[in-house]
Ligand binder design. Structure first.
Ligand SMILES: [Zn+2]
Length: 480
């Protein structure tokens, strides 16, 4: 089979609207998808996102909103989808975990794992946080016995019959997997975390809830619902269960937040091993960011809406500002002040200024004709170096390189004072014009990945058949 790429974001809980943290993950995946499409061709890339709906949280949220669960879920899924459409996410498929295509796949996998003997009935006695939809140990909780992420919710004491997944049987196979596939989980620091977690020993995990009102019923015991995490992970596989997409599974690559690494790199591969399904090609777990040095939270009122930022500055500014703030994989900080400064200097003053000046100068001083350059320019080297950053998933690196290239071109323009040179030595000026025009060409090409909404406008300015297009302002929003 020819190379292909299947990129996924997590399925997001629908009990809230997307904030900038979800957008960060989705925009990062979108950037990689756009790069892969340029490299492999559109039909070779499958980009999946969606919503995680089989949770008690959604039932509670629907009750609170006073509407029935199905309507609530549909409305929320639409909100998520609209947000991604608004900020220019190029997903190929949007999966909802309440869809029948997913339910059927969950049944199929659950049955396979059961038939393998890896699911058995037992009693779960212990703690559970509905906020996280996660089983907790006392050592996970704060001193007053509350979930550190959900201090306002009561921790539930569970004593119920559950079905368990024999995760303990996969400790050795998983350790071997990580040993044989050292680059499978990126960045490397997360691999180290997971490997030491594996070495500390694995316990079997409960994969059903007897008391849950909502969710996917177990195929062999409809009185139980599949534990929401066990069901949600399967979404990636469900989305490939059509004839046209089956081949994509072997190219699956998950982009996730670091908080869900254990689910994706311990439980999920163990489930797949048990079901006899090939493991995904890799996982990348990104870090989290604070806003002005503070964790984003509703109670602090510092949650930033991606829609609001996009309305003020535009979609390209939103993605470039977020993805260039700190290296993909690390933790970082995002501040509105830095963002405004970034917009002013890098986008409006950097990229926008360069494109407008070069096209206007060639129009005025060369009658719109792009001079032909005899010697070859470094465009190919620029593109190769740029691709290297994306191959390594260094998204900040790619943006930094892009803006450094813009600076180089602007510098060339300023240092040569080509507008003056053209009056005294037109031949010498033509060489500079040709060079600057090639900069615009390669920058507009790279923009298809990094600044996709501006890219067509850039291409218009670059022009066709040796003639530049009209000048224009690429970034003119965000002004007070
Ligand atoms: Zn919690």
């Amino acid at each position: 089979m020819n190379p292909a790429t299947f990129l996924t974001t997590p399925v997001y809980y629908v009990n809230d609207v997307p904030h900038i943290g979800h957008s960060y993950c989705t925009l990062a995946t979108d950037t990689l998808a756009r790069y892969e499409r340029l490299k492999l061709g559109k039909e070779k890339v499958f980009f999946l996102t969606g919503t995680d709906e089989n949770s008690q949280k959604t039932v509670d949220a629907a009750e609170k909103a006073g509407i029935d669960t199905a309507t609530y879920l549909k409305d929320m899924a639409t909100k998520w989808r609209n947000c991604w459409d608004t900020i220019g996410i190029s997903y190929n498929d949007f999966i909802r975990t309440t869809e029948s295509r997913h339910v059927e796949t969950v049944h199929e996998l659950f049955q396979k794992i059961y038939d393998k003997g890896d699911i058995y009935k037992g009693t779960y006695k212990g703690l559970y946080c509905t906020g996280c939809e996660t089983f907790k140990k006392t050592s996970d909780l704060s001193e007053d016995g509350r979930c550190t992420d959900h201090p306002n919710q009561e921790i539930q004491q569970l004593d119920e019959t559950n079905y368990f997944f024999r995760l303990s049987a996969y400790q050795e196979p998983l350790l071997k997997w990580f040993e044989d596939n050292p680059g499978w989980l990126q960045p490397k620091s997360r691999t180290n975390e997971i490997v030491s977690f594996l070495k500390s020993g694995l316990e079997d995990v409960s994969v059903s809830r007897e008391t849950a009102e909502f969710g996917i019923s177990l195929p062999m015991d409809p009185s139980h619902k599949v534990y929401v995490w066990f069901d949600a992970l399967i979404n990636y596989y469900s989305a490939t269960r059509t004839d046209s997409r089956e081949d994509f599974w072997q190219s699956a690559y998950h982009i996730i937040g670091k908080d869900i690494t254990r689910f994706h790199c311990v439980i999920w591969p163990a489930m797949l091993m048990s079901a006899g399904i090939e493991l995904p090609k890799g996982v990348f777990a990104h870090g989290f960011f604070t806003v002005n040095g503070t964790k984003m939270s509703k109670s602090l009122g510092n949650v930033i809406s991606p829609i609001a930022l996009s309305e003020q500055y535009g979609n390209d500014a939103l993605r470039a500002g977020l993805l260039s703030s700190f290296e993909f994989g690390n933790d970082g900080d995002f501040s509105a002040d830095n963002f405004a400064e970034f917009y002013r200097t890098k986008l409006a003053g950097g990229v926008g200024n360069l494109f407008n000046r070069v096209t206007v100068l060639i129009t005025k001083l060369c009658d719109g004709q792009v001079p032909v350059l005899e010697t070859s320019f470094e465009a190919k080297t620029i593109k190769d170096e740029f691709d290297g950053f994306l191959e390594r998933k260094q998204l900040k690196g790619a943006y930094d390189f892009y803006f450094a290239t813009v600076d180089k071109a602007n510098q060339r323009l300023n240092e040569t004072e080509v507008w003056k040179l053209a009056k005294v030595d037109k031949d010498a000026a033509d060489i500079i014009f040709a060079e600057l025009h090639q900069y615009l060409e390669v920058l507009s090409e790279m923009a298809e990945v990094l600044l996709p909404e501006s890219a067509p406008k850039m291409k218009d300015m670059v022009g066709t058949d040796g003639k530049v297009g009209p000048g224009g302002i690429l970034f003119n929003s965000g002004k007070e």
